[in-house]
Design a binder for this molecule. Structure first.
Ligand code: CUA
Length: 358
């Protein structure tokens, strides 16, 4: 090859490289725009959520170009250096390393990874930092329900099957389990932590001014009822929270009615509504024609409760392990209804089930 053609070849190679780099940059920009346009997460219901989502965006912006660049380069090389007719038995020229390239491909990932680690650490440190005026909530998991405990006035705890929280409140959760591993997770808060047998684990969540109802999920496979170990977190105005807690402490909770004004004589618990609204909900596992539910994790109640007396039905709710129907395993039915439902609510539910399965 004479000098002239070697120079031409060098120029052509540089042009091609610039084309690949340009293509990679365009593809990366498209990839980033696409990645950021996707609505990855549920609503942001905690202060931590916005920080975590921002960190996610940063990770996307940094990692999408790496992925896209590598793919573009690989595809380009596969096409450019493909085998042509007559080259079947030829081997490429031997290469003995390139120090400059090796330094570049070691240094760049190191810098990127270090920057991401530092960013993640700063966010984590901030999230775990103690806030002033923290409220304590003890969370206890068991197969297959969560129970939430609030400190009462005389040292006695107030139990609830719904996680009520006031707006703009820092909450310290102490998470425990009565049996196996569970994982306390409220996706809208973005925070989650294992409930480990024999230990108490801790996380903090600070609610925002946003009110709403969000699912509480178990995020650790814990047995047959894992998928139905779902309850609600309700973030409400502080006054509403105080009223709820005071009512809960006094033990007067009107079943069906959401309207506190209607509580009392007219607001007696509605068994049919309790069947679907109690958490975890009866209808989430059982079929009952009158309530329009068709789940089959537990016995079909139209069948299994047919002609049963009040005593049997009550025991099946508050003490489910006492008499497990044939073909079903013990421990699937949440064992905490006795604790988290008010006596009038259990009465109403029992009356309703007696009535509709006669
Ligand atoms: Cu508890 Cu999964």
């Amino acid at each position: 090859m004479d000098e002239q053609s070697a120079e031409n070849k060098g120029r052509r190679d540089r042009n091609r490289l610039m084309q690949v780099v340009g293509l990679g940059v365009i593809a990366s920009l498209v990839g980033i725009a696409w990645g950021l346009a996707i609505d990855w997460f549920p609503v942001q219901a905690s202060e931590e959520a916005s920080q975590i989502d921002r960190l996610w965006d940063v990770v996307l912006i940094v990692s999408i170009p790496v992925f896209v660049f590598v793919q573009v380069f690989v595809l380009y090389c596969v096409w450019k250096y493909r085998m042509r007719p007559g080259q079947e038995n030829q081997d490429g020229a031997p290469i003995h390393g390139n120090t400059r390239v090796e330094i570049i491909w070691t240094a760049i990932p190191t810098i990127v990874l270090l920057a991401l680690c530092i960013g993640a650490y700063v966010v984590l440190d901030d999230i775990e930092d103690a806030r002033a005026d923290t409220m304590d909530v003890r969370v206890v998991g068991e197969q297959f329900a969560w129970t939430f405990y609030y400190p009462g006035e005389d040292g006695e705890e107030i139990a609830s099957n719904e996680l009520y929280l006031p707006t703009n409140q820092s909450v310290a959760f102490a998470v425990q389990t009565k049996d196996v591993l569970h994982d306390f997770w409220v996706p809208a808060f973005r925070m989650k932590i294992d409930a480990v047998p024999g230990r108490t684990t801790n996380i903090r969540v600070t609610t925002t001014e946003r009110t709403g109802t969000y699912p509480v999920v178990c995020a650790e496979l814990c047995g047959l009822g894992h998928a139905v170990m779902r309850q609600n977190a309700r973030v409400v105005a502080p006054e509403e929270f105080d009223t709820w807690l005071a009512e809960r402490a006094r033990g007067d909770v009107a079943g069906g009615s959401e309207d506190p004004e209607a509580a009392g004589e007219a607001g007696a618990p509605d068994g049919k509504e309790l069947f679907t609204s109690t958490q975890p909900s009866c209808g989430g596992c059982h079929t009952l024609a009158d309530a329009g539910t068709t789940a089959n994790l537990g016995p079909d109640l139209d069948d299994s409760l047919q002609g049963r007396d009040e005593e049997y039905i009550r025991r099946a709710i508050v003490e489910p392990s006492a008499d497990v129907p044939a073909g079903f395993e013990d421990g699937i039915m949440p064992p905490n209804y006795d604790e988290t439902m008010q006596p009038e609510q259990v009465d109403a539910l029992v009356d309703y089930l007696v009535e509709v399965t006669k």
